[in-house]
Ligand binder design. Structure first.
Ligand SMILES: [Zn+2]
Ligand SMILES: [Zn+2]
Length: 151
Protein backbone atom coordinates (compact mmCIF):
# COMPACT_ATOMS: atom_id res chain seq x y z
CA UNK A 1 0.00 0.00 0.00
CA UNK A 2 1.06 3.58 -0.65
CA UNK A 3 -0.25 6.76 0.86
CA UNK A 4 0.51 10.41 0.29
CA UNK A 5 0.22 13.54 2.33
CA UNK A 6 1.63 16.96 2.99
CA UNK A 7 1.29 20.31 4.67
CA UNK A 8 -1.52 22.82 4.29
CA UNK A 9 0.20 24.99 1.64
CA UNK A 10 1.55 22.09 -0.42
CA UNK A 11 5.24 23.04 -0.11
CA UNK A 12 5.97 19.73 1.66
CA UNK A 13 4.74 16.43 0.23
CA UNK A 14 5.49 12.90 1.35
CA UNK A 15 4.81 9.32 0.38
CA UNK A 16 4.77 6.23 2.60
CA UNK A 17 4.56 2.57 1.66
CA UNK A 18 3.79 -0.69 3.44
CA UNK A 19 1.91 -1.08 6.68
CA UNK A 20 2.30 1.35 9.58
CA UNK A 21 3.58 -0.22 12.82
CA UNK A 22 1.23 1.93 14.89
CA UNK A 23 -1.87 4.07 14.49
CA UNK A 24 -3.02 5.68 17.70
CA UNK A 25 -3.85 8.70 19.76
CA UNK A 26 -1.24 10.45 21.91
CA UNK A 27 -2.34 12.61 24.83
CA UNK A 28 1.14 13.70 25.96
CA UNK A 29 1.85 17.32 26.75
CA UNK A 30 4.66 17.63 24.15
CA UNK A 31 2.42 16.51 21.29
CA UNK A 32 -0.28 18.87 22.46
CA UNK A 33 2.17 21.75 22.52
CA UNK A 34 3.56 20.98 19.08
CA UNK A 35 0.14 20.92 17.47
CA UNK A 36 -2.05 23.11 19.65
CA UNK A 37 -4.59 20.29 19.66
CA UNK A 38 -6.04 18.54 22.76
CA UNK A 39 -4.91 15.15 21.41
CA UNK A 40 -3.00 14.04 18.31
CA UNK A 41 -3.37 10.93 16.20
CA UNK A 42 -0.25 9.31 14.76
CA UNK A 43 0.53 6.91 11.94
CA UNK A 44 4.01 5.47 12.51
CA UNK A 45 6.42 4.15 9.87
CA UNK A 46 10.01 3.00 9.76
CA UNK A 47 12.33 5.47 8.10
CA UNK A 48 12.87 3.31 4.99
CA UNK A 49 9.10 3.33 4.29
CA UNK A 50 9.04 7.12 4.01
CA UNK A 51 10.00 9.46 1.16
CA UNK A 52 9.65 13.23 1.09
CA UNK A 53 8.79 14.00 -2.51
CA UNK A 54 8.57 17.79 -2.37
CA UNK A 55 10.10 20.53 -0.24
CA UNK A 56 12.26 20.37 2.83
CA UNK A 57 10.70 20.08 6.25
CA UNK A 58 11.96 22.15 9.15
CA UNK A 59 12.85 20.09 12.21
CA UNK A 60 12.57 21.37 15.76
CA UNK A 61 14.38 19.26 18.36
CA UNK A 62 11.88 19.06 21.22
CA UNK A 63 14.34 16.96 23.24
CA UNK A 64 17.72 15.34 22.44
CA UNK A 65 17.25 12.88 19.57
CA UNK A 66 13.62 13.86 19.01
CA UNK A 67 12.66 15.86 15.95
CA UNK A 68 9.29 17.43 15.33
CA UNK A 69 8.93 18.48 11.74
CA UNK A 70 6.80 21.24 10.31
CA UNK A 71 6.46 23.36 7.17
CA UNK A 72 8.38 26.60 7.56
CA UNK A 73 6.03 28.26 5.08
CA UNK A 74 2.59 27.45 6.48
CA UNK A 75 3.49 26.04 9.91
CA UNK A 76 1.68 22.72 9.57
CA UNK A 77 3.07 20.24 12.12
CA UNK A 78 4.01 17.03 10.30
CA UNK A 79 5.91 14.44 12.34
CA UNK A 80 7.53 13.10 15.45
CA UNK A 81 10.81 11.54 14.34
CA UNK A 82 13.75 9.80 15.95
CA UNK A 83 14.98 6.48 17.30
CA UNK A 84 12.21 4.17 18.51
CA UNK A 85 12.33 2.84 22.08
CA UNK A 86 11.85 -0.55 20.42
CA UNK A 87 15.20 -1.49 18.81
CA UNK A 88 13.54 -3.57 16.06
CA UNK A 89 11.83 -0.45 14.74
CA UNK A 90 15.02 1.59 14.48
CA UNK A 91 14.57 5.11 13.14
CA UNK A 92 10.95 6.06 12.78
CA UNK A 93 8.71 8.85 11.55
CA UNK A 94 5.27 9.17 13.06
CA UNK A 95 3.00 11.38 10.96
CA UNK A 96 0.14 13.43 12.33
CA UNK A 97 -2.78 11.62 10.73
CA UNK A 98 -4.54 14.75 9.47
CA UNK A 99 -1.63 15.54 7.14
CA UNK A 100 -2.52 12.50 5.01
CA UNK A 101 -4.59 13.11 1.90
CA UNK A 102 -6.90 10.36 3.15
CA UNK A 103 -6.87 10.08 6.95
CA UNK A 104 -9.70 7.53 6.66
CA UNK A 105 -7.17 5.05 5.29
CA UNK A 106 -6.00 4.35 8.85
CA UNK A 107 -7.78 3.15 11.96
CA UNK A 108 -6.44 4.03 15.43
CA UNK A 109 -5.91 1.04 17.73
CA UNK A 110 -5.22 2.62 21.12
CA UNK A 111 -4.49 5.71 23.20
CA UNK A 112 -1.07 6.39 24.75
CA UNK A 113 0.01 8.80 27.51
CA UNK A 114 -3.55 8.82 28.78
CA UNK A 115 -2.07 9.91 32.13
CA UNK A 116 -1.46 13.35 30.58
CA UNK A 117 -4.89 13.67 29.00
CA UNK A 118 -6.70 17.00 29.32
CA UNK A 119 -9.34 16.47 32.00
CA UNK A 120 -12.36 17.52 29.95
CA UNK A 121 -11.35 15.57 26.85
CA UNK A 122 -12.14 12.00 25.85
CA UNK A 123 -13.60 10.27 22.81
CA UNK A 124 -16.35 7.69 22.61
CA UNK A 125 -14.33 4.71 21.39
CA UNK A 126 -13.75 1.40 23.18
CA UNK A 127 -9.99 1.36 22.55
CA UNK A 128 -7.47 0.61 25.30
CA UNK A 129 -5.96 3.63 27.03
CA UNK A 130 -2.39 3.27 28.32
CA UNK A 131 -0.72 5.29 31.04
CA UNK A 132 2.44 5.75 28.90
CA UNK A 133 3.49 3.90 25.77
CA UNK A 134 1.34 0.95 24.74
CA UNK A 135 4.32 -1.45 24.78
CA UNK A 136 5.65 -0.78 28.27
CA UNK A 137 3.03 0.73 30.55
CA UNK A 138 -0.16 -0.14 32.40
CA UNK A 139 -3.60 -0.14 30.88
CA UNK A 140 -5.62 2.66 32.50
CA UNK A 141 -8.99 1.65 31.13
CA UNK A 142 -10.93 0.70 28.03
CA UNK A 143 -13.42 3.19 26.70
CA UNK A 144 -13.96 6.79 27.72
CA UNK A 145 -14.49 8.28 31.13
CA UNK A 146 -18.18 9.07 31.16
CA UNK A 147 -18.93 12.45 32.64
CA UNK A 148 -22.37 13.67 33.49
CA UNK A 149 -23.15 17.10 32.23
CA UNK A 150 -25.29 19.28 34.46
CA UNK A 151 -28.80 19.86 33.13
ZN1 LIG B 1 3.29 24.28 3.99
ZN1 LIG C 1 2.88 12.48 22.43
Amino acid sequence: MEWTGGCMCGAIRYEVSGEPFWVGHCHCESCRHHTGAPVVTFVGFKKDQVAFTKGERQIYNSSPGVGRAFCRQCGTPLTWEGESNLPERGEILEFYISTFDDPNAFMPTNHVWYSEKIAWFDVADDLPRYRGFDFDSDLCRKGPVVTERPG
